[in-house]
Write a protein that binds this ligand. Sequence first.
Ligand SMILES: CC(C)(COP(=O)(O)OP(=O)(O)OC[C@H]1O[C@@H](n2cnc3c(N)ncnc32)[C@H](O)[C@@H]1OP(=O)(O)O)[C@@H](O)C(=O)NCCC(=O)NCCS
Length: 168
Amino acid sequence: MMGNLKTSFMFLSDVMADDFDLVRVMKGDEELASAFLEMGEDYMGSEPPELRGRFLRSVVDLQVEEERWLYLLRVDAGFIGFVHMKVDTTDRPGWGWMMEFYIRPEHRRRGRGRRLYERSERILVNRGVKDIWLTSNPEAIPFWRAVGFAETGEKVEFNDYSVMVKSV
Ligand SMILES: CC(C)(COP(=O)(O)OP(=O)(O)OC[C@H]1O[C@@H](n2cnc3c(N)ncnc32)[C@H](O)[C@@H]1OP(=O)(O)O)[C@@H](O)C(=O)NCCC(=O)NCCS
């Protein structure tokens, strides 16, 4: 009996074998928040330290809204990236808005960014989103193109990031 049960569980875990988890961070969950803050320091490396800390903490504090998500990407028990996104209510109401997106440098170019994006897109689509937008730094444009985004030609005035959109 136990044997059968064990076999069934093993079978189930085989079917579900997936070392790739999205873990949602909510305000007040300090253990997850600190993993985000640590990766965020690298993500925002070019910004002044004081601004980095304040911005990253504000992202955590915003995780009380139903249609805003901060997910950490966990692979093989380690956190290797994150996505911060929401259903936009201001610039493009009803659109999905990818605000922050990151994979640790040593894990890049192995398809993890693509996979994290696809999972994130599914979450937005399940909420009824039909279009997604973001602003990309110049280095990330090839990645966003690879996952189906196109530049609109608009640029953010203060940092020259490119506006990119995708219909889903
Ligand atoms: C952008 C980023 C998330 C990509 O993550 P990643 O895990 O390396 O992406 P993937 O391996 O899934 O790449 C998928 C495809 O995107 C394209 N791509 C990704 N990074 C690229 C790069 N540096 N140069 C050119 N093409 C790139 C390729 O077509 C790639 O497919 P391939 O490896 O088979 O050629 C990662 O580089 C990163 O975190 N950068 C710093 C933070 C950042 O800029 N975030 C975006 C904010 S707008």
